[in-house]
Design a protein around this ligand. Structure first.
Ligand code: ZN
Ligand code: ZN
Length: 268
């Protein structure tokens, strides 16, 4: 029987330099469950190192956690990659890491505020909500495992075409992030969405009401649309979401809903 499931497919953790530190995977899972979401995707910038913790934290909760990443292309376009399995997103991560600038996140060449004092193995000062820049890898118990020192916020050397192709070759969904945004949105950076770029869906950010988006982006109505929160703060999780009419809250069903197979569909 077809049922409607609620999904927020764009959530950052404390691994993203622009996210608040309270965005630990287990806290995200708890918050998403409280907000009655059925499916979430963890989509950190150019990395998937907190996906394992989120998947583990969601075991026996009934919440489906998909393994994702938000890749920055060399055109400075953000593309969401969504997979079922951790192994697949980690293969994409290998490709992304090979194509990231080899500058450390705390390099004096890259101007960022100094890191607050942090202690490996415990949250320490993290609870204070210092926010950002630390790129914290944690386990499902919110314990700090390491700090990722790559410059995750930077663009990769991969084109939008190669990112989409790589995602598809690994069995994932490729979704253009926040197409309505000037910064890192595909339309503002490329001028349009190329017809031969095989995107599975387009995301409208919470900044643009759907009715308005329908008028502005009418020419792209042949590609399925989703809305997601792009949460960097706990309060934003599930702020907007997408309904999927399908049989179960699985990645396979989600893919079929996006393609409109046998009555499954996206409900906005
Ligand atoms: Zn983005
Ligand atoms: Zn994002």
């Amino acid at each position: 029987m077809l049922k409607q499931f609620k999904a927020d497919l764009h959530i950052h953790t404390c691994l993203s330099p622009c996210s608040e530190l309270q965005m630990a995977p287990s806290t995200i899972v708890k918050t998403a469950s409280e907000k009655r979401l059925n499916i979430i995707a963890i989509t950190d910038h150019n990395s998937a190192e907190n996906v394992i913790a989120a998947k583990k934290a969601a075991e026996s909760t009934g919440l489906t956690v998909l393994a994702g990443m938000e890749v920055t292309t060399n055109e400075e376009v953000h593309i969401l990659a969504i997979f079922d399995d951790i192994e697949d997103v980690l293969k994409l991560q290998d490709v992304v890491y090979e194509n990231l600038l080899h500058i450390e996140n705390n390099s004096p060449d890259f101007l960022i505020p100094p890191h607050p004092p942090l202690t490996k193995g415990g949250w320490g000062d993290l609870k204070g909500g210092i926010g950002g820049f630390n790129q914290v890898v944690v386990n499902e118990k919110n314990e700090v495992l390491s700090f990722n020192n790559r410059l995750l916020i930077a663009a990769t050397q991969l084109t939008a075409y190669s990112v989409v192709d790589t995602i598809h070759s690994l069995g994932g969904l490729a979704i253009a992030s926040h197409i309505d945004r000037e910064v890192f949105g595909i339309i503002s950076h490329l001028g349009f969405i190329p017809l031969d770029l095989k995107l599975d869906a387009l995301e409208i950010s919470p900044n643009t009401p759907l009715e308005k988006a329908k008028k502005i982006f009418d020419e792209y109505s042949h590609i399925p649309w989703i809305t997601s929160s792009d949460a960097h703060h706990l309060n934003d999780i599930g702020k907007v979401s997408t309904g999927f009419l399908m049989h179960d809250s699985t990645f396979e069903e989600l893919c079929m809903a996006i393609k409109g197979v046998d009555g499954r569909k996206v409900i906005l």
